[in-house]
Design a protein around this ligand. Sequence first.
Ligand code: PBG
Length: 332
Amino acid sequence: MNFYGSFPTTRLRRNRHDAWTRKLTAENRLTPADLIWPIFLTEGENKVVPVESMPGIVRVSVDRAAEHVAEAVALGIPAVALFPYTPVEDRDEEGTGALNPDNLMCRGARALKAAHPDLGLIGDVALDTYTSHGHDGVLRDGYVHNEDTVEILCRQAVAMAEAGVDVIAPSDMMDGRVGTIRAALDAKGLIHTRIMSYAAKYASGYYAPFRDAVGSTGALIGDKKTYQMDPANSDEALREVALDIAEGADMVMVKPGLPYLDIVHRVKTEFGMPTYVYQVSGEYSMIMAAVERGWLDHDRAMMEALISFKRAGANGVLSYFALKAARLLKAG
Ligand code: PBG
């Protein structure tokens, strides 16, 4: 039987027929301006050290940091996120290294600001790379103590902002830290320093390569489930975000990325805030491992993951792919 006469007049495949219509009908677009590139800093001079569990990712010494990010700046990546690999001998129970105005983070920020004044600098606030036990705060009877931790985080945030960090990004998940940090910054006149809160940060298995990158893999005693969120929860993420907004967060973040696209979407829809998503180390390494085995195409897997964050509603993505994606976008 000939069914053409009765076939629907709408054929969604028509708009997919040519590359140019696909371009014209694309609902979301990724540009270098959507990307934030995480950078690992290490002590020493003239160092560019590969991170074993993250193929293609390195730690750089402060003297090499400006040149390391130069291409990203030229490609239009608006900001980088800084993470220090604190030498083991500089870590202690209380994470006092976090308060040192000459620690890696602060020296890195000063060097990058001097070389690239228009590049946004985002600095992680938490104690995990400074504590001997690898937790994001200070332990009291084996428990990460909320108030004692927040007090230290405030001083850490002020030291970082004074060194040139533009955006304070608390990744510790203590209660009440955004408001307290805001007050501490304001008291020092640092009224333009923005806060991007890791508002909905989950206790995730996907951070493992990162902990290798910052040297806290072996250090961590126990897990972070008493402060990071349970992957089973979604309503609770909205409560976390609502509190951080009420406390003065300028931007909010969901972390990790791909397993939490529903959270990104709910957060953006509910609050309409500048919303960011962190495609974390494990998500990067998972793709890279499959690429190395020839099981996935690097560029396609990368770009598909990145556009999915835009589709879910994110304004921007923290991604270890940022430089490679920006290069590809430039090449067209
Ligand atoms: C530290 C912090 C972590 C990440 C960002 N900041 C690790 C953790 O919470 O254990 C993870 C980033 C990544 O996996 O790429 N508080």
